[in-house]
Ligand binder design. Structure first.
Ligand code: SAH
Length: 393
């Protein structure tokens, strides 16, 4: 195929050669053949040597890698192989008794701008780039054929789509999709709001951490902050926590959390679900805990938010460090892309020290294996967490 070409400036091919999947507009010396947003282009180095094929766009991210086989053909067969490769990985890594997982993780699966989450017999798809938008029909057709869902719901919305110059598209893309589905995760059952829930309905990226943290909850008094529909709480209860307090601002999420506790056999008398602002709750409560989970929303969406959000992370980590009993565990997360792991660790350490405590690092936490990330693409590693054991003196 004769794709339009983008020629990189001298020396600006290094990142791509190392496997990084993006080229920024500043690295481009010339664009040949007038590609439009989302068109496939061939990237070549300053000497004209072909390097890779990818999606072109006019924004800051001018090229998104599809393949470094510059002679490849991007056709239905290409997309089919990529989707089947993604599915093969999930067959190996998704645990037993689990029918909800991320089937396609965009750049992490070599499919820039395509996210597909599987919720039992339904799929929820998000298209985030102009390039993938052009292949929408093809990709949805392949998902129907390969995974045979009862329905596919599309939630193509948000900031990345705006940056790509695309309007939101939300609605049923194929088949029939109910408002709510019941999924199974490690044998536990959860209700998921497929149409209006946060993200695509459930925080699938935290499954592995729910397993790990839940596993350390035996006999513990647990506080689950930013609890959404009660994921961590149900795991902790299953592992024999003596009491799990869930704190979440959304009343709608809390209604589902209560039903999720119930459907797994736990009562709200033992495991209360509170509708409250976590910042206020932490300042006001007099209860202490053996285990605290802090899984806030992304406080920083872009670089300019970093300082303000760092103060937010510091505040909640400081308050929780104070509420932990001697030898208690803190599982603390950040899903803010602009906060890198080093900065996050620095903020948490500062908070622990201000609370007059020391921290043992038990585990570094991140998303599970159904959320693969290209090793050359640190921007893909948005979720980071620390499992700490805190001591005084
Ligand atoms: N741990 C959850 C996901 C948490 S997402 C899981 O495993 O499913 C973050 C949650 O924080 C969202 O549900 C959001 O409604 C809630 N939230 C955001 N700001 C809040 C605040 N100030 N106080 C309480 N909850 C808040």
């Amino acid at each position: 195929m004769n794709y339009p070409r983008i020629i990189l400036k001298k020396g600006r091919d290094v990142a791509l050669r190392h496997g990084h999947p993006w080229i920024f507009s500043g690295a481009i010396a010339a664009v040949e053949g007038k590609p439009g947003p989302g068109d496939i282009v061939l990237a070549a180095d300053a000497a004209g040597r072909p390097l890779a094929l990818g999606f072109y766009n006019k924004g800051d991210i001018a090229f998104r890698l599809l393949t470094d086989d510059a002679a490849a053909r991007i056709d239905v067969g290409f997309w089919r192989r990529r989707i089947e490769r993604a599915l093969t990985l999930r067959r190996r890594v998704v645990p037993a008794d689990t029918d909800a997982f991320r089937l396609i993780n965009a750049e992490g699966d070599g499919l820039p701008g395509l996210v597909c989450d599987c919720y039992g017999r339904w799929l929820v798809v998000t298209i985030g780039t102009a390039g993938m938008e052009k292949w929408r029909e093809t990709v949805i057709g392949l998902l129907l054929e390969i995974q045979a869902p009862v329905g596919i719901y599309e939630r193509s919305e948000g900031r990345s789509r705006q940056l790509e110059g695309l309007p939101d598209r939300i609605g049923t893309a194929a088949g029939v999709v109910p408002e709510r589905a019941e999924i199974t995760e490690n044998g536990l059952r959860f209700e998921v709001d497929l149409l209006a829930g946060q993200k695509t309905g459930f925080f699938l990226d935290q499954r592995l951490n729910r397993e790990i943290v839940g596993g350390f909850s035996r006999g513990a008094a647990v506080l689950n902050c930013f609890s959404y529909t009660g994921g961590f709480s149900v795991y902790a209860a299953r592992q024999g926590a003596s009491r799990v307090v869930s704190v979440e601002a959304s009343a709608a999420a809390n209604e589902i959390a209560c039903r999720n506790l119930l459907r797994n056999g736990f009562s709200q008398d033992q495991h209360p679900v509170l509708t409250a602002n976590v910042f206020d709750y932490l300042r006001e409560t007099e209860e202490t805990f053996d285990m605290i989970i802090l899984d806030p929303p992304a406080f920083a969406k872009s670089r300019k938010d970093v300082d303000r959000s760092a103060r937010g992370y510091k505040e909640i980590n400081l308050q929780t460090a104070r509420l932990l009993r001697e030898g208690g565990f803190l599982a603390t997360f950040s899903c803010s892309n602009p906060i890198d792991p080093e900065l996050f660790e620095k903020i948490v350490l500062g908070a622990v020290r201000d609370a007059g405590k020391n921290a043992q690092l038990l585990r570094l936490l991140g998303a599970g294996a159904d959320h693969p990330v290209n090793l050359a693409h640190p921007e893909g590693r948005y979720l980071k967490g620390l499992l700490l054991c805190l001591h005084s003196g």
